[in-house]
Write a protein that binds this ligand. Structure first.
Ligand SMILES: [Zn+2]
Length: 152
């Protein structure tokens, strides 16, 4: 594995998480944000000669083991994508928690519907039908992107 320092200036690379909708598809990258990095400083004139308004910074991808030029539109580009390692772990854990929460909600709906169908009197069945409806509404509100997708 390549070292996590800029091969041009030696500065430690900073981890960013790219936008899901960008060409990088949400991949985490290590980028040199040293404003005095020669590679970065020269990038503006190199790109200008090619008629491009962009500059670039040195990047390294742990996932693909690629490195090279990471296009930036301005010195501030991608600064908002910098994440501390702990934040990144928290983000992943949050997603796992959401999966669990979603599964639990689906289970609760299923259970309420089963109770409503069977073994109880009419008042109890009505209660559980109502409960199932509320839980479904909750599911739609909390997980709008998963509405309509069926999970076993
Ligand atoms: Zn550098």
């Amino acid at each position: 594995m390549a070292s996590l320092n800029c091969v041009h200036c030696g500065n430690a690379l900073t981890k960013i998480v790219t936008d899901l909708l960008s060409d990088w598809g949400g991949a985490p990258l290590f980028v040199c944000f040293n404003p005095d990095c020669e590679y970065y400083e020269n990038s503006w004139s190199v790109m200008a000669r090619q008629g491009s308004p962009f500059g670039y910074r040195y990047y390294y991808s742990e996932e693909t083991d690629n490195d090279g030029a990471f296009l930036v539109a301005s010195p501030e580009s991608y600064l908002d994508c910098i994440v501390a390692e702990e934040d990144y772990v928290t983000m992943e854990r949050k997603e796992e928690n959401q999966d669990t929460e979603y599964d639990n909600l689906c289970q609760a709906i299923k259970h309420a519907e089963q109770v409503a169908k069977g073994h109880c009197d009419e008042a109890c069945a009505a209660d559980h039908r109502q409960l199932a409806r509320w839980l479904r509404q909750l599911k739609t509100i909390k997980f709008p992107h998963r509405a309509g997708t069926k999970k076993p």
